[in-house]
Design a binder for this molecule. Structure first.
Ligand SMILES: C[S@@+](CC[C@H](N)C(=O)[O-])C[C@H]1O[C@@H](n2cnc3c(N)ncnc32)[C@H](O)[C@@H]1O
Length: 177
């Protein structure tokens, strides 16, 4: 069977469901690497993994066997790409990110590509509230509405990544001290 192109599928899924994907283009390898470099700890949760560009970058960046990455993605077509990543440290859950704590309670770092601005406010609240437990919460592909992240984290730092579509994508690094 011919292997489908994940960039093409991402655009098609965006046309079908703009709010769910939030953006027509998946992350470039430069953005994915910039996100992966910010990851801390061993138990990592990824929310909105899509076809897996950031998933792959995290697994490449963190070489240790002890690393556990649990990735959530609820779009079936993108999930088909995600499950092709072969790494024994990776667990993929094809469910909504809003229930992530039903699957994993012990986590060091949360990495989110979720389109927070187009998601229902109660779902965003429940995800960010649960994420406060993490040592670090990393959010990318997010077009901020006011100081949302500052309502949940005492420290919100940002890094700009130029080589992505759109350029000037911001990676937010959030912690509670
Ligand atoms: C901006 S895309 C990021 C995809 C990928 N991480 C990347 O960097 O290219 C947002 C992703 O979040 C997924 N998503 C949206 N709402 C979700 C939810 N409630 N639970 C899990 N995934 C969700 C979408 O299907 C999409 O794959």
């Amino acid at each position: 069977m011919k292997k489908r192109n994940s960039n093409g599928d991402f655009v098609k899924e965006f046309v079908r469901n703009r709010k769910q994907l939030g953006t027509p283009f998946q992350s470039s390898k430069y953005l994915a690497k910039a996100v992966a470099k910010q990851v801390v700890g061993y138990n990592i949760v990824e929310l909105g993994a899509g076809a897996g560009p950031v998933t792959k970058a995290i697994l490449n960046e963190l070489k240790e066997e002890a690393v556990r990455l649990t990735a959530f993605e609820n779009n079936p077509r993108l999930l088909e790409h995600l499950i092709q990543i072969e790494d024994s440290r990776l667990t993929i859950i094809g469910e909504s990110a809003e229930n992530f704590q039903d699957y994993i309670q012990d986590f060091d770092c949360i990495v989110s590509g979720l389109p927070l601005t187009s998601m229902p406010k109660n779902v965003v609240h429940s995800i960010l509230n649960a994420s406060k437990e993490a040592q670090r919460y990393i959010q990318y592909k997010y077009f901020p509405e006011g100081d949302l992240l500052k309502q949940y984290f005492s420290s919100v730092k940002s890094r700009v990544v130029f080589r992505n579509i759109p350029p000037l994508t911001i990676v937010y690094i959030c912690e509670n001290h």
